[in-house]
Design a protein around this ligand. Sequence first.
Ligand code: KIV
Length: 281
Amino acid sequence: MRTTIQQVRDFKAKGEKFAVLTAYDYATARIVDRAGIPVILVGDSLGMVVLGYESTIPVTMDEMIHHTKAVVRGTDKAMVVADMPFMTYHITVEETLRNAARFIQEAGAQAVKLEGGVTVADKVRKLVDCGIPVMGHIGLTPQSVNQLSGYKVQGRNLQAAKKLLADARALESAGAFAVVLETMPTELSAYISSKITIPTIGIGAGAGCDGQVQVISDLLGLFTDFVPKHAGQYARLADLIADAVTAYAADVKNGSFPTLHQSFTMEEAVIEDLKREDESP
Ligand code: KIV
């Protein structure tokens, strides 16, 4: 049985902090699921850390569906939340419902995530009314990087802080089961967390949130183009991979790979027959 939205709500009710992690492929999702992470996010961060785009803006529905399917196949305990790409939930309610339904019906996700607060609350309500659980995402919303003039800390002045509080409340009223708070002052995220009943999941938002989310490629030290300040680096896989690849290439060059262990044999008589037949005029 996968994690349910009620269990996520209960984490907050019980004061139990919880970890959320992104995953984008079958093998990684399997490891993360078996490690007991209750909620796995197929974030549109995949555009940057897996597909090499400059931002999350170019990520398409089809790319997200493809990766979400792989993550769903790799998991049986975690709730899988799929990120709705840029402009797939803004134009009309109908289009929003159709796109979200693809994640649930076609890809097998249990919930969707979308960016924005007050301005997307009507869409959130419709999705929830149709039985699609929604995770909100406010603060630094990367799909709006151009409007925000860069990846900056949000909510530092009174007006901006009030707006984020209103966004969080609008998502709660619209029926979102949780909300990501990204890149905002610790004091503000702690205050928002104390003022809404749904769990807050922080990234770059300090320790006062109910849960935390990290991009797995940052956590494992796999993505090295840049390391965000909010990233917790628990391993340095890029270095390990580079060492392994270099050692492999050297072994191939000097003939020490493959060994008998990685090789297959055949009966000597068969190869001798082959040679005799092949070489006889
Ligand atoms: O796309 C993503 O990975 C996200 C998390 C950073 C919350 O939205």
